[in-house]
Design a protein around this ligand. Structure first.
Ligand code: SF4
Ligand code: SF4
Ligand code: SF4
Length: 188
C-alpha cells in the first residue's frame, strides 16, 4: 500500500477534532506521520483507547496506552462564552476548525454546542478570557468524525476564499493608488 493510501486509512480512524494535541497541525498531518513511521499510534487524546486499538488493528501493531505527554482521555466538553464579558473582537472565529462559534466583529459571540468538538483552540486567542470549557450537555451525541471532517473542509475553504479576497483587494488598492511622479535626472 502506498504511504498516501495508508495515511488516508489512518486518517479515517481519527476523530477529526483537529485539536493538535498529538503534536501535529491536525488529524491528516498526524495520519501522514504515522504512515511514514515518524509517529506512534498513541498520541490522540480525543480518540483515546478506542482509536489506539483501531490503529493497532489496522497497522498490525501492539496496543499501548495513550502517551500522557499528549494529554488525557476525558469526558466530552464544550466551549462556553460568557456573553457578559465578550467584547466582540471575533478573534475566536478563525481558530475554530468546525465553525462552531457564531458572531461578527463588534457583536457578541456564542458557541453552537452541538457542533463543538471540545478542541480548546478558541480559548487562547480570546483576549478577555471569557471562553471556558464545560462538561458537554447530557445526552449529547459523541463526536462524529465524518461531520467534523466535512465541517473542517468547509472551514478551510472559507478561510482560503477570504485570504484570496484580501489578496485581490490589496492588489486592486495598490493598482489604483496614484503613482509618484517619475524622477528626472538633471545635469550639473
Ligand atoms: S483529534 Fe487526535 S489526531 Fe486529530 S489533531 Fe487532535 S490529537 Fe491529533
Ligand atoms: S468552539 Fe472552541 S472548543 Fe468548540 S470546536 Fe470551536 S474552537 Fe474547539
Ligand atoms: S475572542 Fe473572546 S471576546 Fe473576542 S469575540 Fe470571541 S469570545 Fe468574544
Amino acid at each position: 500500500m502506498s504511504a498516501s493510501a495508508a495515511a488516508e486509512q489512518i486518517d479515517a480512524l481519527l476523530p477529526q477534532t483537529q485539536c493538535t494535541r498529538c503534536g501535529y497541525a491536525g488529524c491528516a498531518p498526524y495520519a501522514a506521520a504515522i504512515a511514514a513511521d515518524q509517529a506512534d499510534i498513541d498520541r490522540c487524546p480525543p480518540g483515546g483507547a478506542a482509536t489506539i486499538e483501531a490503529l493497532a488493528l489496522l497497522l498490525g501493531r501492539e496496543v499501548k496506552p495513550l502517551d500522557p505527554q499528549c494529554g488525557a482521555e476525558g469526558p466530552a466538553r464544550v466551549a462556553f462564552i460568557d456573553e457578559s464579558r465578550c467584547i466582540g473582537c471575533a478573534k475566536c472565529l478563525a481558530p475554530c476548525p468546525v465553525d462552531a462559534i457564531v458572531g461578527a466583529a463588534k457583536y457578541l459571540h456564542t458557541v453552537l454546542s452541538e457542533r463543538c468538538t471540545g478542541c480548546d483552540l478558541c480559548i487562547a486567542p480570546c483576549p478577555v478570557d471569557c471562553i471556558e470549557m464545560r462538561p458537554a450537555p447530557a445526552g449529547r451525541r459523541a463526536n462524529d468524525a465524518a461531520l467534523n471532517r466535512a465541517r473542517f473542509a468547509a472551514h478551510a475553504r472559507r478561510l482560503a476564499r477570504r485570504a484570496e479576497e484580501r489578496r485581490r483587494g490589496i492588489a486592486a488598492h495598490k493598482a489604483a493608488a496614484p503613482r509618484p511622479p517619475a524622477l528626472r535626472m538633471t545635469g550639473p
